[in-house]
Write a protein that binds this ligand. Structure first.
Ligand SMILES: Cc1cc2nc3c(=O)[nH]c(=O)nc-3n(C[C@H](O)[C@H](O)[C@H](O)COP(=O)(O)OP(=O)(O)OC[C@H]3O[C@@H](n4cnc5c(N)ncnc54)[C@H](O)[C@@H]3O)c2cc1C
Length: 401
C-alpha cells in the first residue's frame, strides 16, 4: 500500500508552516508537511523580521496588515511567542520623495493601515540621535516592529502538529508526479507519498522542484546579506524599526545592545538580481560591510563607534516584479505554489498561509484577494505595479549608483 496524505505542503519556512497550520485549522485532516532540513533552517530563520505595512501596492499591504495581527496576538492564536517587539516603525524618504510618500500613505490608510506622514523634526523628536537634514519625511506606523523568524516558523509548526499535521523534517522531496493533468504524488528518499493536493512552498528552491512536475515557475533565487552591529555606549539602549529608503537600508534593535541591519531594494534587485543555487558564493563582500556601516553612520552618527558583532546570508525566491507567486498551477490541477517572496515574505507569512488554505479548501481566498499574485500574471502582462515609485537611491559614496 502506498503512503498517502490528503494534502502535502513542501517547505518548512514561515510560508509552508503557516499553510499547513491554516489547512488543519480550516478542518483539513491528514496534512503532511515535508521539510528537507529542519523547520526555519533557511530564509525564515535568517530573516530581518521587520513587521511593517508600508508597501506601494494595496495587495501586499493587506497581507501584511492581517499578518501583523497574528504576530501581535501570537500567544492567543498560535501559542508561545514569536518574539514580536512593537517598537514602532518609520519608512524614511529623501526630500525628492515627500509628495510620493504622502500619496502612498493615503493609499495605505485606505487599506486600513495605521500610518501617518511626519516631518524630519518629528523624526528627531522620536529618535534624537538621528541625523535628519537629508530626510524629506517618514511614514510612521505605531503598530510596526519586528519578530523572530525561528520562533515564528517553529511555533507555527508546533501548533500545526497540535491540530493533527504530521511534520516530517530531514525529508527532501525529489520529484512531484503529475498524471492526466492532475498532481498525484511526491517522491522522497524514503518513498512515494500520494496526495490529491500538493503545495510548493520551498522558497528559493521552488522553481527547481516545480520543474520535476513539468511546471516552469517564473521565480529565481537571490542572495541577501544581513548583520548585527554592537551599539556604542554613547547610544541609548534601543531605537525604532526603520526602513530608510533615502539611503537604502533597514534596521531594528536586536538582543543585547545590537542593531540588526540590511541593505535595501537596490541590493536585491540591482546588485544581485539572480544567483545560481549551489554555484553561488555565500561570502559576504567586504564592500557590503563598508557600505552597511557607512549607511548606519549616515543616519545615526554615533554608530561610527559601532562594531560588527556578526553577519549572515541566505537565499530567497525572487520574481521579476519583486512580488510573490500564489495560486494553483495551470499545468497540474491540485498543484499549488506559494513562492517568490522576494526578500520580503516573513511579515506576510501568516496571511499567505490563511489565503492559500482558503484557496485549497474552498476554491478562493477570502481573507485577502490574492488573484493579483497569480502565477500567470507575467504571461498576461499584469505585473504588480507600485502605486508610487520612490526615486531615492543610495548615494554613490554609500555603495549606490
Ligand atoms: C537576510 C534576510 C533578511 C530578510 N528580512 C526580511 C524582513 O525584514 N521582513 C520580511 O518580511 N522578510 C524578510 N526577508 C525575507 C523572508 O525571510 C523570506 O521571504 C521568507 O522567510 C521566505 O519564507 P519561505 O517559507 O518562502 O522560505 P524558506 O524559509 O527558505 O523555507 C523554504 C523551505 O523549503 C525547504 N525545501 C526546499 N526544497 C525542498 C525540497 N525539495 N523538499 C523539502 N523541503 C524543501 C527548505 O529547506 C526551506 O526550509 C529576509 C530574508 C533574508 C535572507
Amino acid at each position: 500500500m502506498p503512503e498517502t496524505a490528503s494534502a502535502i505542503v513542501i517547505g518548512g519556512g514561515i510560508v509552508g508552516t503557516s499553510i499547513a497550520h491554516y489547512l488543519a485549522a480550516g478542518g483539513q485532516s491528514d496534512v503532511l508537511l515535508l521539510e528537507r532540513d529542519s523547520v526555519a533552517d533557511h530564509a525564515t530563520g535568517k530573516t530581518g523580521g521587520l513587521i511593517r505595512m508600508h508597501y506601494t501596492n494595496p495587495h501586499d499591504a493587506a497581507l501584511a496588515l492581517r499578518s501583523r495581527d497574528v504576530y501581535a496576538g501570537w500567544g492567543d492564536e498560535i501559542g508561545g511567542d514569536a518574539g514580536f517587539n512593537n517598537t514602532g516603525f518609520l519608512f524614511i524618504v529623501g526630500h525628492a520623495d515627500r509628495a510620493r510618500l504622502e500619496q502612498n500613505v493615503k493609499m495605505l490608510q485606505g487599506v486600513g493601515v495605521d500610518t501617518t506622514v511626519i516631518g524630519p523634526e518629528d523624526v528627531l523628536q522620536m529618535q534624537p540621535f538621528f541625523r535628519v537634514d537629508d530626510i524629506g519625511g517618514a511614514a510612521y506606523e505605531p503598530r510596526g516592529g519586528y519578530a523572530d523568524g525561528y520562533l515564528a516558523a517553529t511555533g507555527m509548526a508546533r501548533r500545526a502538529r497540535e491540530l493533527g499535521v504530521t511534520v516530517r523534517q530531514d525529508t527532501e522531496v525529489t520529484a512531484i508526479e503529475v498524471a492526466g493533468g492532475r498532481v498525484v504524488a511526491v517522491q522522497t528518499a524514503d518513498g512515494r507519498i500520494e496526495a490529491p493536493v500538493i503545495c510548493v512552498a520551498a522558497g528559493a528552491w521552488s522553481a527547481r522542484l516545480a520543474l520535476t512536475a513539468g511546471v516552469e515557475l517564473p521565480v529565481g533565487a537571490t542572495r541577501l546579506f544581513a548583520g548585527a552591529l554592537e551599539r556604542p555606549p554613547a547610544l541609548p539602549e534601543t531605537h525604532m524599526t526603520v526602513i530608510d529608503r533615502s539611503i537604502g537600508t533597514y534596521f531594528h534593535p536586536d538582543t543585547g545592545a545590537t542593531t540588526m541591519m540590511g541593505l535595501g531594494p537596490a541590493e536585491v534587485r540591482e546588485r544581485r538580481p539572480r544567483v545560481e543555487l549551489d554555484a553561488d558564493d555565500p561570502a559576504i563582500p567586504d564592500d557590503w560591510l563598508v557600505a552597511g556601516a557607512a549607511r548606519m553612520v549616515r543616519r545615526i552618527p554615533a554608530m561610527a563607534e559601532a562594531g560588527w558583532r556578526r553577519t549572515w546570508t541566505e537565499v530567497d525566491g525572487i520574481t521579476a516584479d519583486g512580488h510573490m507567486l500564489l495560486g494553483e498551477t495551470a499545468e497540474a490541477q491540485g498543484l499549488y505554489v506559494a513562492a517568490g517572496m522576494s526578500g520580503s515574505g516573513f511579515k506576510t507569512g501568516p496571511a499567505v498561509g490563511m489565503c492559500m488554505a482558503e484557496l485549497m479548501l474552498e476554491g478562493a481566498a477570502s481573507t485577502v484577494d490574492i488573484t493579483p499574485f497569480r502565477i500567470s500574471r507575467f504571461d498576461e502582462g499584469e505585473e504588480i505595479p507600485g502605486e508610487v515609485v520612490y526615486q531615492s537611491r543610495p548615494p554613490a559614496d554609500l555603495w549606490g549608483e
